[in-house]
Design a protein around this ligand. Structure first.
Ligand SMILES: Cc1ncc(COP(=O)(O)O)c(C=O)c1O
Length: 377
């Protein structure tokens, strides 16, 4: 029940012309259980403020009569605002033609595979990491290569460089902060991997879905040094906007021109473009909540350590912690109304940082479960 993807024994009817390579697969997705405390998909726990909600509603009301028309196919205003946001929060000087936006960063990842990969092409990523990189690689017929991480979940850089020169991947993925570990990759290591990828004619894709929760500098600033660098961001996490579906990337303008060859026309609806622009106007308020979540994260780290558990150092809005009997603990948390994620790493669970109340509910439940398990030994 808790697994994210992978082998499946589902029997497909003979009349269905499903691709052979998809037959044994399961759809991606965390369990959706109607529990009170939902800390399993790295969402932002804060709902939108009444001011922001009013502005979002007004934006829809004033444009709804024009919904008979297609949206701006190139989402120019939104891309301009996204460039402004990245420029003001990093040292970059990006223009709108260096930004592409889509329905969540998952669509961004898919568009990259459609334009730059496919049958006969290698892509590479360092697992454990965000499994959609591998899933989309597979669904586009691209060959996925697993890069090496060390015991502390850091990328094994020397072996990564060797793998890149040997396998010549066209897409190399680094997620930083990484999901599900929360760990960050040093900028100096990213530079080495981007340079090695350039040597083999590939693009280095840095998935920065959780960048706003990190105190490390963003790779956005490296865009001025490397043409083959692509940085992916999302409004799902820091901007509390997972339900609207807005992801984007920053790269050289030639990369964006290439993506336009495979994107669907009018892929980003008028409401989506409008809502995202309004949320960007509220960035001060939304980023202040990110700071609150970072404080909560540090509090939860302390509490887990006080329970004698190891917590992987996290720069994101979630924590990977060690726990014996993780499948039993996951189920017992569910029984107590708390949903966390079993990400398939033996002896570990991942918990998203919630509101202070949700974090307390999680900690009380976990404390109780561990006390009982200790008593059973
Ligand atoms: C590393 C990473 N990248 C991308 C995504 C996808 O985000 P979205 O499609 O909501 O933008 C996620 C979602 O959890 C993620 O963890």
């Amino acid at each position: 029940m808790s697994s994210e993807s992978g082998a499946n024994t589902h029997v497909w009817p003979d009349w269905l012309p499903l691709r052979k390579d998809l037959k044994g697969q399961s759809p991606y997705g965390a369990p959706q259980l109607p529990l009170e405390v939902k800390l399993n998909t790295n969402e932002n726990p804060f709902s939108l403020s009444p001011d922001l909600v009013a502005k979002l509603a007004a934006a829809i009301a004033s444009s709804a009569e024009n919904f008979n028309r297609y949206p701006d196919r190139d989402a120019i205003e939104l891309r301009t605002e996204l460039a402004n946001y990245l420029n003001s929060t990093t040292g970059a000087k990006l223009e709108a033609d260096q930004i592409w936006a889509a329905n969540g960063s998952n669509e961004i990842i898919q568009t990259l595979f459609l334009a730059f990969a496919g049958a006969g092409v290698n892509s590479l990523g360092f697992t454990p990491s965000y499994s959609m990189h591998e899933n989309i690689s597979r669904s586009t017929g691209t060959n996925w290569i697993v890069g090496a991480r060390l015991g502390d979940f850091n990328i094994d850089v020397p072996s990564a460089l060797t793998q890149i020169s040997k396998e010549k991947p066209k897409l190399v993925f680094i997620t930083t902060p990484n999901n599900p570990t929360g760990t960050s990759t040093e900028i100096s290591d990213i530079r080495k991997i981007v340079e090695a990828t350039a040597q083999v004619g590939g693009l280095a894709i840095i998935d920065e879905a959780y960048a706003e929760f990190s105190d490390q500098p963003s790779t956005i600033e490296l865009l001025r040094d490397y043409l083959n660098l692509v940085v992916i961001r999302t409004m799902s996490k820091a901007f509390s906007f997972a339900g609207v579906r807005v992801g984007y990337l920053a790269a050289a303008k030639e990369v964006i021109e290439a993506l336009q060859l495979v994107r669907l026309p009018y892929h980003l609806s008028t409401p989506t473009q409008l809502l995202a622009k309004v949320a960007l106007e509220f960035q001060g308020e939304l980023l202040a909540e990110v700071e609150q979540l970072k404080i909560e994260r540090n509090k939860v780290v302390g509490e887990l350590q006080a329970l004698g558990l190891n917590v992987v150092p996290s720069s994101a809005n979630f924590l990977l912690f060690s726990v014996e009997n993780e499948k039993k603990v996951w189920q017992e948390l569910v029984d107590l109304g708390v949903l966390v994620r079993d990400v398939g790493i033996v002896g570990h669970l991942r918990v998203t940082i919630g509101t202070p109340k949700e974090n307390d509910r999680f900690l009380v439940a976990l404390r109780e479960i561990l006390r009982t398990l200790k008593g059973e030994k």
